[in-house]
Design a protein around this ligand. Sequence first.
Ligand code: IMP
Ligand code: MG
Length: 176
Amino acid sequence: MSQLGERMIRRVVFTEAEIRERVAQLAREITHAYAASDPLLVLGLLKGSFIFMADLVRGIQLPLQLDFLVVASYGRQKTSSGDVRLLYDPPSSFEGRSVLLVEDIVDSGTTLRRLVPRLMARGPTSIEVCTLLHKRTTSVEPEPRWVGFDAPNEFLVGYGLDHAEDFRHLPYIASL
Ligand code: IMP
Ligand code: MG
């Protein structure tokens, strides 16, 4: 980690061990929930979900396929622009499959509200959302079925989450 990075971090919010334990629990719950379902397609929202996704899928004890979506990010702002653009859309078919969308953090819910109906239009059997963090700043629709942690209303980085592309590689989650 850079010296600058060290100095900007205010406090560790979720430690590496806390995250590991919670992600393993989520993977067990997801394994149980999809045991009798149609083939599972796990869709990660890049870039924020990449570390969570990697840890989560390794704990899911079911056959599955995975792909990613890329949506335009906040850029350098700390608040949502409300503009959600799909920059990469997976070519894989959703028909007859259970889709699990993996998100790093839910704040205003705008990303999910814009994205989930578009994915639903492609004919999956179901779409559920698993988010590592949920700020619970407002009631969101759709509401994620699985939430790793309720997050404080602070700007968080690490374990995939960034601020202006910095800090994604931190193995813990911290506030700036
Ligand atoms: P929403 O659309 O307002 O729910 O925001 C969700 C997206 O905003 C997430 O996928 C993140 O990319 C980003 N985001 C929201 N809060 C934070 C944060 O505290 N740290 C880093 N990214 C965040
Ligand atoms: Mg994100």
